[in-house]
Design a binder for this molecule. Structure first.
Ligand code: F6P
Length: 548
């Protein structure tokens, strides 16, 4: 058994498979030809996991490729590494910590590690959320959640996605950036008496969060607020620092909850306030169902494993350096930002577990935008640009437009029609990426806006598409707390799979430290203007920024 995938003998087999001639497998693989050759390709390459259906058939894979990738996973001990994660072994070895976000969504009474503590913490957090919703902490109309990174992206994304499950009389605001242009406009619309601030920081030392929290406190007192302890609560594993800030309601959690995996913990408080305890439990239940699938489904039907293996195939054999995520649901528009931290902070590493420099590419750039908006921005490049960028479409079969539909005559029909248009666009994009259009096909078409004087051959080359561009489509029946929980857990496990195969620690983030330290050194120089010892660029910029 080899832990790092490129050291496995199967890696060389995969490379030989990739390098072989022809359109059947590897470098020359043509998805269109594969569909022609196999009438059941969709059936063979579509998979069911809890709450998520996945069509992998528009990818550059076939049975031999998948068989080799699965052989690689077995040779690298993926199942053993997964089991070590779920058992609570200290897999985050550079910080000597277990990584147990799965334990946060295990049901009460399960054998998952720390179950009793987890349930007690969950019950307390949910009881508090319900007390806010019932008005027991005064009439709260606005909740301002202050946190950054993992203490912001997950809760913000989930609250937005589950807006249809929220209450119109209880608004959630998320402030993360140290830039006061984030906080100021939020505060401008608030009444201190009716506002609750949640300060979310695992460490309670993060510059941005503490600066925003102090500013919010100053505003609160100036705006007539008197009872800081009642209007400020914290979610943190450093409850001592929270108390020093003046907060006496602090929900603690454990060092084995990583920041970017923390929305399931008390960091999920704004979610619970927004959608209520029952819906929060549904979110956990959806994630738990995906955990069970990851833990027990055979690898050849294990969706996080299959997605992770395709990621390896694309990143390390095809050399694709990025992946675009296109959720065709406006509620999921923050999903790409959330996934950027999940994937790039987890797997953006350059050394293996022993500290050896990795000779292969790790995390791709993950980016995207909700559909159909992205189509009118960067999809041009996905279709005709010189880089191949696999795209991940997320389609939601049934919409939930909320209560407005019931009250407004023809609106229901109009919105239903818009949903059909949304789904048609989603299908059309993955079809177009795969299908492409030859220059000969373009030549035979009449394009109303095309130049009448340009040589038709030249024009047809501008209007042709290479096609064979891969995509995955994930389908949710509808967007609910449960399906969202399952979807997020799917991504978490897929990131684990690729990180485990690359032989890296997906659970530390030392790469964020240097910038933080240098910022602390530069901060006083923004007052003094002192540039001594700085490099020429930083000195020049600093002078320009502080000049009177
Ligand atoms: O950006 C680095 C980071 O440490 C993330 O990993 C983390 O999610 C974020 O900062 C916020 O940290 P904290 O919750 O401790 O404020």
């Amino acid at each position: 058994m080899t832990a790092r995938c490129d050291l496995s003998p199967v890696w060389a087999e995969l490379q030989a498979h990739f390098d072989q001639d022809g359109a059947a497998s590897g470098r020359g693989f043509d998805i269109r030809e594969a569909f022609k050759a196999d009438a059941d390709r969709f059936g063979a390459l579509s998979f069911e996991a809890p709450e998520v259906f996945a069509d992998l058939s528009k990818n550059r894979i076939d049975a031999p490729t998948l068989a080799l990738l699965l052989k690689l996973a077995a040779d690298c001990g993926l199942e053993e590494r997964r089991d070590a994660l779920l058992r609570g072994d200290p897999v985050n070895h550079t910080e000597g910590r277990a990584v147990l976000h799965t334990a946060l969504r295990a049901p009460a009474g399960s054998k998952a590690p720390f179950n009793a503590e987890v349930q007690a913490s969950l019950d307390a957090m949910l009881a508090f959320a319900e007390s806010v919703r019932r008005g027991e902490r005064g009439e709260i109309t606005d909740v301002v959640h202050i946190g950054i990174g993992g203490s912001d992206l997950g809760p913000a994304m989930v609250v937005q996605a589950l807006q249809a499950f929220g209450r119109r009389d209880l608004k959630l605001h998320f402030v993360s950036n140290v830039d006061g242009h984030d906080l100021a406009p939020v505060l401008a619309g608030l009444d201190a008496k009716h506002t609750l601030f949640v300060i979310a920081s695992k460490t309670f030392t993060t510059q941005e969060t503490l600066a925003n929290a102090q500013a919010a406190k100053a505003w609160f007192l100036a705006a007539g607020g008197t009872d800081v302890a009642r209007h400020f609560v914290a979610t943190s594993s450093n409850t001592t620092a929270a108390a020093a800030f003046g907060i006496d309601t602090a929900f603690g959690f454990w060092d084995w909850v990583g920041g970017r995996y923390s929305l399931w913990s008390v960091i999920g408080l704004p979610i619970a306030i927004a959608v209520g305890a029952d819906n929060f439990r549904e979110l956990l239940a959806g994630a738990h169902a995906m955990d069970e699938h990851f833990a027990s489904a055979p690898l050849d039907r294990n969706l996080p494993v299959l997605l992770g293996l395709i990621d390896i195939w694309y990143r390390n054999f095809h050399g694709f350096t990025s992946r675009s995520v296109a959720p065709y649901h406006q509620g999921l528009r923050r999903l790409p930002a959330y996934l950027q931290q999940l994937e790039m902070e987890s797997n953006g590493k350059g050394v293996d577990l022993e500290g050896n420099a990795l000779p292969l590419g790790t995390s791709p750039v993950v980016w995207g935008e909700a559909g159909t908006n992205g189509q009118h921005a960067y999809f041009q490049m996905l279709h005709q640009g010189t880089d191949v960028i696999p795209v991940e479409f997320i389609a939601v079969k049934r919409p939930n437009h909320g209560a407005v539909v019931e009250k407004a005559g023809e609106l229901a029909g109009k919105l239903a029609d818009q949903h059909r248009k949304l789904l048609a666009n989603c299908l059309a994009q993955s079809q177009a990426l795969m299908q492409g259009k030859t220059a000969a096909e373009a030549l035979n078409e009449k394009a109303p806006t095309a130049s009448a004087t340009l040589d038709p051959d030249v024009l047809s080359r501008h209007r042709s598409f290479p096609g064979n561009r891969p995509s995955t489509t994930l389908v949710l029946e509808t967007l609910t707390p449960r399906s969202l929980g399952a979807l997020i857990a799917l991504y978490e496990h897929r990131v684990f799979v690729t990180g485990a195969l690359w032989g890296i620690n997906s659970f530390d983030q030392w790469g964020v430290e240097l910038g933080k330290a240098l910022c602390n050194q530069l901060l006083p120089r923004l007052d003094s203007g002192d540039t001594a010892g700085l490099d020429g660029s930083t000195a020049g910029l600093l002078k320009r920024l502080v000049a009177a």
